[in-house]
Design a protein around this ligand. Structure first.
Ligand SMILES: [Zn+2]
Length: 163
């Protein structure tokens, strides 16, 4: 589901796709809910009433802990989606608050799983890593973003917009 929401290729890792669509791992969400349940149960068992405002505060606190755990998990070097993690972790909180759905093009650029010579060569779909637009030796997302003359117009628009 995360890959579908991210509009990514099926070869995109689960960690990358779930980060792109801002969906924390289920074990972290389950742990968050278990802690919430235990805290509310403990308050009630000790004779306290638990008004809605307290539940909201506890939920906010446990969510903050869960997101901290997710961030720590993503910082472990075991993931193959380093490009996605490095890009998103710099702006993790802002990324999580983002209202727009991720676009196909952003997923392409972050995952590098698409019509890039380097990727297609790696999965056996192209004989070389060359760029079909300019003949460059390595066609990658970074090549498209920074170097390929075929995208000069789009690059100028992007640079004018975001610097
Ligand atoms: Zn090129």
């Amino acid at each position: 589901m995360a890959i579908r929401f991210a509009l990514g290729y099926r070869t995109v890792s689960f960690e990358a796709a779930s980060l792109l669509v801002r969906f924390p791992p289920l074990e972290i969400l389950a742990d968050m809910d278990a802690k919430m349940y235990k805290r509310i149960r403990d308050l009630r068992q000790s004779g306290n009433s638990v008004p809605g405002i307290v539940v909201v505060r506890l939920r906010r606190e446990e969510r903050r802990h869960a997101l901290k755990r997710w961030r720590e998990l993503l910082q472990q070097p075991k993931f193959s989606c380093k490009r996605v993690v490095e890009a998103v972790l710099q702006y993790f909180e802002a990324w999580l608050k983002r209202k727009q759905r991720i676009s196909y093009r952003l997923t392409q650029m972050l995952t590098e799983h698409d019509c890039f010579g380097q990727y297609l060569n790696r999965i056996g779909r192209e004989a070389t890593t060359n760029c079909h637009h300019c003949g460059g030796a390595i066609d990658s997302a970074q090549h498209t973003l920074e170097e390929c003359p075929a995208w000069n117009t789009e690059r100028r628009v992007l640079v004018a917009r975001i610097g």
